[in-house]
Design a protein around this ligand. Structure first.
Ligand code: ACO
Length: 161
């Protein structure tokens, strides 16, 4: 893995919090339809995420959603999640799943997408994952290759809605 991720001047990274609600809806709308989520539901989700801890490292979370903050505006410029799966195989190994990556359209092309992927990957390694995986559209393959991810396997799905 690379050296510690360098956070560019003017930005910071932290765990998602309640006050990010409006910004998070805007940023994630650049990924998919967010739907009419209420503040109360959002709060319940954050509380649920905070309640789930890894079996392997005391105090560490299963759900790790981070936001990149523009320190000038105190707004969310990018978001991403690494969910840590506890397996039985691989001697009770952990797999990190990167999900729901989005950079606010005003901030694209400034390496913040790569920043959040580097940071999440680093968290996955720190938490003991033996690998980190993700699914993406064909149009984003080049982006993930720039982030040191390689194509492996084919995504399959069955949808219910
Ligand atoms: N295809 C090929 N290369 C790309 C692409 C792409 N779609 N997007 C960026 N790159 C390249 C850049 O040119 C740059 O290359 P360089 O280092 O040679 O200059 C490198 O990848 C890093 O680019 P960033 O500036 O970090 O990319 P950005 O901050 O614009 O974020 C992202 C990219 C996250 C795909 C952004 O465009 C976005 O939010 N898109 C909409 C939501 C989305 O599709 N999210 C990914 C869903 S997949 C998932 O969640 C697991």
């Amino acid at each position: 893995m690379n050296a510690k991720t360098i956070i560019p001047n003017g930005f910071s990274i932290r765990r998602i919090q309640l006050s990010d609600f409006e910004d998070v809806k805007i940023v994630l709308a650049g990924l998919t339809a967010v739907g009419p989520i209420t503040l109360s539901t959002y709060e319940n989700i954050l509380n649920y995420w905070d309640s789930l801890k890894l079996m392997t490292i005391p105090g560490e979370y299963v759900y790790n959603t981070y936001v990149v903050i523009d320190k000038n505006t105190n707004s969310v410029a990018a978001i991403g999640t690494i969910f840590v799966e506890q397996k039985i195989i691989h001697d009770g190994g952990l797999v990190g799943h990167i999900e729901d990556i989005a950079v606010n359209s005003d901030y694209r092309g400034q390496k913040l997408g790569k920043l959040i992927i580097d940071y999440l990957s680093e968290q996955g390694e720190k938490l003991g994952c033996y690998k980190v995986i993700l699914d993406c559209d064909v149009k984003n393959v080049g982006f993930y290759e720039k982030c040191n991810y390689n194509q492996a396997g084919i995504e399959m799905q069955t949808r219910f809605n």
